[in-house]
Design a protein around this ligand. Structure first.
Ligand SMILES: C[S@@+](CC[C@H](N)C(=O)[O-])C[C@H]1O[C@@H](n2cnc3c(N)ncnc32)[C@H](O)[C@@H]1O
Length: 222
């Protein structure tokens, strides 16, 4: 999944992943399990998700998105006129509590995420093919300060039945990707095939949504 793939998706408005309302798992679990906002919430591969508006009412948000079209749509659909400037490899769009970096997430540096205390990943890890997921998990681990929490929403299904994205990422893979540096707690596993007709039409015989809470462990004493 290279940058061109995503730019074309946005150009052709093939954005079935975009939700017209705030994610219910975010609303349910964020207040319960994610520690009261101490810092910024990082939203990798953020698209123009309305979840950032919800999160931005609680704490500063830092979204990262490849597509300028998505970033521009996010602010204009919120009726906001962001300030724009350069920040390292990114163009920064900023209004109030909402900052979006337009550029490649893999270019983000730890100096830019020092204030981050929580991460929200919905449809980001599962947007990436298997070969890219270890690098994504390693980048999140590098960027997350110790103690940082990550609310992770993933899908699992028989991968042979459908081409991604979204890709299937089961609990075992979450463990393999993050287990070394994060404590992982499963919050929810739900069979959602019945209500997801678009995935049934694409040939799936099973589809589970998983919500996990991860906490970055401190580095071992030297
Ligand atoms: C499946 S969408 C999910 C968007 C959002 N998380 C949501 O819930 O609506 C994945 C998004 O990641 C963006 N993207 C893909 N690769 C990226 C990268 N390397 N850096 C930043 N954004 C990227 C795409 O343009 C797309 O908007």
């Amino acid at each position: 999944m290279d940058a061109q793939f995503w730019h074309q998706r946005w150009r052709e408005n093939l954005i079935g992943f975009h939700q017209e309302s705030v994610n219910p798992h975010l609303q349910r679990f964020w207040p319960e399990v994610v520690a009261p906002a101490r810092g910024t919430t990082l939203v990798p591969l953020c698209g123009k998700s309305l979840d950032m508006v919800w999160l931005g009412k609680r704490a500063p948000v830092l979204g990262v998105e490849l597509s300028e079209q998505a970033v521009a749509a996010f602010f204009s659909e919120q009726g906001l006129q962001p300030r724009r400037d350069r920040e390292g490899a990114f163009e920064r769009w900023h209004s109030g509590n909402l900052t979006l970096y337009c550029g490649d997430f893999f270019e983000l540096e730890t100096a830019q995420t020092r204030a981050v205390s929580a991460i929200y990943d919905r449809a980001a890890l599962i947007a990436l093919p298997a070969a890219m997921r270890p690098a994504y998990a390693a980048k999140l681990t590098e960027l997350a300060p110790p103690g940082c929490q990550l609310l992770l929403i993933t899908l699992a299904y028989p991968q042979a039945q459908m081409e991604g994205p979204p890709f299937s990422v089961d609990e075992a893979e979450v463990q393999a990707l993050f287990g070394g540096h994060w404590q992982i707690r499963s919050l929810l596993q739900e069979d959602i095939l019945e209500r997801e007709s678009r995935f049934r039409q694409r040939g799936l015989s099973a589809l589970t949504e998983q919500v996990s809470l991860l906490q970055k462990t401190p580095p071992p004493p030297a």
